[in-house]
Design a protein around this ligand. Structure first.
Ligand code: ADP
Ligand code: MG
Length: 405
């Protein structure tokens, strides 16, 4: 089904206005001197360059659109200005920033674009119709272009005017980044090189329980680390002390454990931990060779024996998917587990896919980001895709979807 993703190979773009939905939702910082706002990390802008360069080379007239933060109406602090400036620097070509998202002056700018030229619309979330998937906004966007390209995988799990509504009005296709994201995740779900080893950690079990249950069906080995361990350990009757372990998550964990019992997937939990005194993050770690967390202590990292087991699974894998740090890696004394997994991921011969905001951040911090087969740019979108949910922004780009041609 998903193999029929329409790509820009199928679009005629020469001399035509192409509306490109990118994910330019970058972190901003205020420069010390003049108080001007700058892009603090341009990774997401760089990620869109491949599609932008190809479309320009093919003679497209580019109208770029993205959201940035969560403005409530027009908010100059969340203008696309710094993004447009940064993109101009990266491409060495002018990027005209429109004063608004739509309107006669914006249309006029789009009309005047020559082949290979770029303009950028203002923050799409200045328009309340965006997140409501308002047909009028979709129509106004469609009026600015002849064809539509979506390269924003990170927002594909939302049916918004610029990600879904518009596809009913213009011939639509996936950009190169979107294409790579979808194909990589699809390969994990549909034809992974085995054994498929999933490493899941991080903080919010409630957000990730769907992925845990899906991997119990798909994977050969599922290793749980980070705060995710504790609801499972609590559900098995172990003491978790002051570790992060919401009551609701224990219920979800109980359900997943029942599923694990009937599954052929090997389910691994921490067998040792690194602890910190409850409520204090400064003091050094205390090692616990076991999993019964004493009162007044929190489990803040997996221990060395657990790390060794997970690293061995990763080394023997055909495919590895990793989401969620193994501990409070932001603190040096609790970074060892996450570092061990990161290093195992970097050195295994397996295909490796790493997703999640903090997890990708950890790979970068350790200087290992370029040793991963694929760093997924979507957080929620990546997890929803792996859960098997239909992403409206991706579904709309399938050949099977009803769309304007
Ligand atoms: P991602 O963004 O990669 O999907 P999450 O947002 O789920 O990951 O979780 C990341 C956060 O989880 C990190 O900030 C990390 O410090 C925290 N974390 C991991 N393990 C623990 C733990 N044992 N106790 C408290 N916090 C933890
Ligand atoms: Mg996160």
């Amino acid at each position: 089904m998903a193999d029929s993703l329409r790509t820009i190979d199928e679009l005629e773009v020469e001399g035509r206005r192409v509306l490109v939905r990118a994910d330019f939702n970058v972190p901003l910082s205020r420069s010390e001197a003049g108080g001007s706002i700058e892009v603090a990390d341009d990774t997401r802008i760089r990620a869109a360059l491949e599609t932008i360069a190809e479309l320009r080379r093919r003679g497209a007239r580019l109208v770029l659109v993205s959201h940035l933060g969560r403005p409530k109406g027009i908010d100059q602090a969340l203008s696309m200005r710094p993004v447009a400036d940064r993109l101009a620097e990266l491409t060495g070509a002018p990027v005209t920033l429109a004063a608004a998202v739509t309107g006669p002056e914006v249309s006029e700018l789009a009309e005047r674009l020559a082949s290979g030229e770029m303009m950028m619309l203002e923050n799409i979330r200045y328009e309340p119709g965006e997140t409501r998937n308002d047909p009028e906004l979709a129509a106004a966007l469609a009026d600015l272009a002849d064809v539509y390209v979506n390269d924003a995988f990170g927002t594909a799990h939302r049916a918004h005017a610029s990600t879904e509504g518009i596809t009913h009005r213009l011939p639509s296709a996936a950009g190169r980044l979107m294409e790579r994201e979808v194909r990589t995740l699809q390969a994990i779900v549909e034809h992974p090189d085995r054994p498929l080893v999933a490493i899941l950690g991080g903080a919010k079990v409630s957000d990730k329980i769907g992925v845990v249950e899906r991997f119990l069906e798909l994977a050969d080995v599922l290793c749980i680390g980070g705060a995710m361990c504790f609801p499972f350990l609590a559900a098995q009757g172990h003491d978790v002390g002051a570790s992060l372990c919401p009551e609701d998550d224990i219920k979800s964990a109980r359900r997943a454990l029942a599923a694990a019992a009937g599954s052929s997937c090997r389910f691994e939990l921490a067998i040792d931990l690194s602890l910190g005194p409850a409520g204090q993050e400064g003091p050094p770690a205390r090692d616990l060779d076991g999993i019964e967390v004493p009162k007044g202590w929190s489990g803040l990292d997996i221990g060395p024996r657990t790390s060794a087991v997970y690293a061995a699974e990763i080394a023997a894998a055909g495919t590895v998917f990793w989401n969620g740090p193994m501990g409070r890696f932001e603190l040096e004394q609790f970074a060892a587990g996450t570092r061990a997994v990161a290093e195992a991921v970097a050195s295994t011969p397996a295909r490796t896919v790493v997703g999640g905001g903090e997890t990708v951040e950890a790979m970068r911090t350790f200087g290992l980001a370029d040793r991963v087969t694929h760093l997924s740019t979507g957080g929620g979108a990546t997890l929803e895709f792996l859960e098997g949910r239909e992403l409206p922004g991706v579904h709309a780009l399938m050949n099977t979807a009803v769309s304007a041609r």
